[in-house]
Write a protein that binds this ligand. Structure first.
Ligand SMILES: [Zn+2]
Length: 81
């Protein structure tokens, strides 16, 4: 599995929605590729940030959140190159 392939599987991997062989290849790649580990962490952080922002329906979404999300994604992408 290449770094590019890994990034296309990342959402499915985190939702547990990948076949066992793909998951194994994914994890094997993570063992040898710190860049993708960093990318995966950034991706997870982004999801957590998003969940936290929308956890309370009545709470207004702070203006800073979308920008932080975009930045997290961009940073993660920049690190993966
Ligand atoms: Zn990689």
């Amino acid at each position: 599995m290449t770094c590019r392939e890994l990034t296309t599987f990342i959402a499915d991997y985190l939702s547990g929605d990948v076949p066992p062989d793909t998951r194994r290849e994914f994890e094997r790649h993570l063992e040898v590729c710190p860049t993708c580990v960093t990318y995966l962490r950034g991706y997870e952080d982004t999801i957590k940030l998003g969940r936290r922002a929308f956890a309370e329906d009545d709470a207004p979404v702070p203006d800073t959140v979308p920008e932080a999300l975009v930045e997290a994604v961009l940073n993660a992408r920049a690190r993966s190159h």
